[in-house]
Write a protein that binds this ligand. Structure first.
Ligand code: SF4
Length: 312
């Protein structure tokens, strides 16, 4: 999948989302000080020096943003946590491998543009606001990464959980953005039937109650309003980033520890206390599958059952 947005459309989104981002939470990272990967989690609180980025922070002369999406096999999601095998690892591997493929494809596009005399740079998280997903290959950018960029490039609709539903593949793709000063024709934003039907299965199935059903935020993209639910970042990270909920993945790799987050607002100290209870295997080697993705009735789009075509 490929879509193109003018830079101005993306900059206008950035100007809206900065008001919704809690910068303290964005900067917070609980890191493991233990140099031994199979040792206990020794937590250390760090505040990364990050800011919300826009295309012109990457390339002051930027004119266009190209979004490339690659679909990963449906079975990595459909079979995850299902009987008889209840396997989860192929989902984690698909996430990792698809991001790797996107890096390779974007490198070719960047080289092509540079050969034509333009500048270009690619990023898996243009706004620099994504969280991280736990996999045995380490933390990778989560499925909210580049979601607004993909919507602005006409590839899909913004879902209540803040991820992108595409008509073809539902949630089963990942995206990379290429910022360039090449003047390219842009695509219109998605204007079909809403792909997210606001059934709130994502809310009901969230193991940490991180996603609100009542409160949403509205983002205007090229004159069209897109709405998503308000997400408590640290509550979501409790499971997705730190692997503290067994049912969200660790259980299917043999790790039973499941810690409920406190009902009140989660603090960094709560996470630091909890991660120390992880056994070394659950700290290092498990996959997490976002329950909001698994529960969504629209997660496969309209092409499931056909052979995946990869690009359109
Ligand atoms: S489960 Fe899927 S379709 Fe239903 S509200 Fe959530 S994202 Fe939208």
């Amino acid at each position: 999948m490929i879509g193109i947005s003018p830079v101005e459309r993306i900059e206008k989104i950035k100007n809206q989302i900065v008001h919704y981002i809690d910068m303290k939470e964005l900067r917070l990272s609980i890191e493991d000080k233990n140099p031994h990967p199979f040792g206990k989690f020794i937590p250390e609180k760090r505040f990364r020096d990050v800011k919300v980025m826009g295309p012109r922070d990457y390339l002051p002369s930027a004119r266009s943003v190209i979004t490339v999406g690659i679909h990963y096999p449906y079975t990595c999601l459909s079979e995850a946590e299902e009987s008889p095998a209840k396997t989860i690892a192929p989902y984690g591997f698909a996430q990792f491998a698809t991001l790797h493929q996107l890096n390779m494809v974007s490198l070719d596009i960047v080289k092509f543009l540079m050969e034509k005399g333009y500048q270009a740079i690619s990023t898996l998280d243009l706004f620099n606001i994504a969280s991280r997903l736990k996999t045995p290959r380490g933390l990778i950018v989560d499925n909210t990464a580049n979601s607004y960029i993909a919507v602005a490039s006409g590839l899909g609709d913004l879902a209540w959980n803040g991820m992108v539903l595409t008509p073809e593949y539902g949630f089963t793709q990942r995206f990379i953005a290429i910022v360039t000063d090449a003047p390219l024709n842009s695509d219109p934003v998605y204007d079909g039937e809403p792909l997210c039907n606001k059934c709130f299965q994502c809310v009901e199935n969230c193991p940490t109650q991180a996603l609100s059903k009542e409160k949403g935020i509205s983002i205007e993209i090229d004159g069209k309003k897109f709405i998503q639910g308000c997400l408590e970042r640290l509550r979501c990270d409790w499971s997705k980033r730190y692997g503290l909920i067994a049912e969200a993945g660790p259980k299917y790799m043999g790790c039973e520890l499941s810690l409920k987050p406190p009902r009140r607002e989660i603090s960094s100290e709560d996470i630091m206390e909890a991660v120390q209870k992880l056994d070394p295997f659950q700290k290092y080697f498990v996959c997490v599958l976002e329950r909001c993705i698994k529960a969504c009735p629209r997660k496969f789009g309209n092409k499931k059952g056909e052979q995946s075509k990869g690009f359109r």
